[in-house]
Design a protein around this ligand. Structure first.
Ligand code: PEP
Length: 255
């Protein structure tokens, strides 16, 4: 059975006290309202991870993740954070290839391939983001773009490595814009991704892969998106900063 996952990406928001408060609220609501097998991943700014870990000791539903890491384990890279540092701070997941990293920090397929390697080497789970821009969708090249993002950054992994990944389809035009892919548009791309993974690895591996949707997901549209056959949850930006909204999205998977 594929894992159902809802991950929150806080981006560069919330100081330490506000981060602790939001996380405490999320944990409280999870205890009260979440009744299922779903996994919840919270990705705060990395500097908060150690303190948040202390709050969630013993909670098996929630894990912490980072939003990025450097492609090397250590060295003279002033200002950077390595996968091993994140692991030792209490993170279990790392978002890799978010469109904001690709756009604002010029992260290309080569560097993302290195990041996937180092994240896996350090025993962390990458949440690997792929998705097309509005121009690419309008030009009808979105499937080619997604296939190329997969091939160039992730298909060098062998099956035993690739099966550890979580994928996130995030159409760039839907991130933080209030525009959401329709459930049909999202399902179409998720099915395409699964087919490409089956072609490159195996149908068994593809069937076990969790593929999340991200892009203006909220409590109103989550149920319909997550009911699609190939959508296994969401990567949530804005709505993960409000505990109630985040929990209402997670509750879609309540049994
Ligand atoms: C994201 O940043 O990954 C994201 C999906 O953001 P939002 O939900 O705000 O569109």
């Amino acid at each position: 059975m594929r894992k159902k996952i809802v991950a929150g990406n806080w981006k560069m928001n919330l100081d330490h006290a506000a981060g602790l408060q939001l996380y405490a609220e999320i944990l409280k609501l999870i205890n009260e309202d979440v009744k299922g097998q779903q996994k919840v991943v919270v990705c705060p700014p990395s500097i908060h991870i150690t303190s948040l870990t202390q709050l969630s000791i013993g909670n098996s539903i929630v894990a912490l993740g980072a939003q990025n890491c450097h492609q090397f384990n250590s060295g003279a890279y002033t200002g950077e954070i390595s996968a091993s540092m994140l692991k030792s701070s209490g993170a279990d997941y790392v978002i890799i290839g978010h469109s904001e990293r690709r756009a604002f920090f010029a992260e290309d397929d080569l560097v993302l391939a290195q990041k996937l390697d180092v994240v896996l080497e350090n025993g962390l789970i990458p949440i690997f983001c792929i998705g097309e821009t509005l121009e690419q969708r309008n030009a009808g090249t979105h499937f080619d773009i997604i296939e190329s993002q997969l091939k160039e950054a992730a298909f060098h992994l062998d099956g035993s490595q690739f099966q550890k990944l979580v994928l996130a389809y995030e159409p760039v035009w839907a991130i933080g814009t209030g525009l959401t892919a329709t459930p049909e548009q999202a399902q179409e791309v998720h099915a395409f991704i699964r087919a490409k993974v089956a072609e490159h690895y195996s149908s068994d591996l593809a069937n076990e892969l969790s593929i999340l949707y991200g892009g203006s997901c909220n409590p109103k549209n989550a149920a319909e998106l997550f009911s699609q056959k190939d959508i296994d949850g969401g990567l949530i930006g804005g709505a993960s900063l409000k505990a109630r909204d985040f929990i209402d999205i997670i509750k879609v998977f309540n049994s």
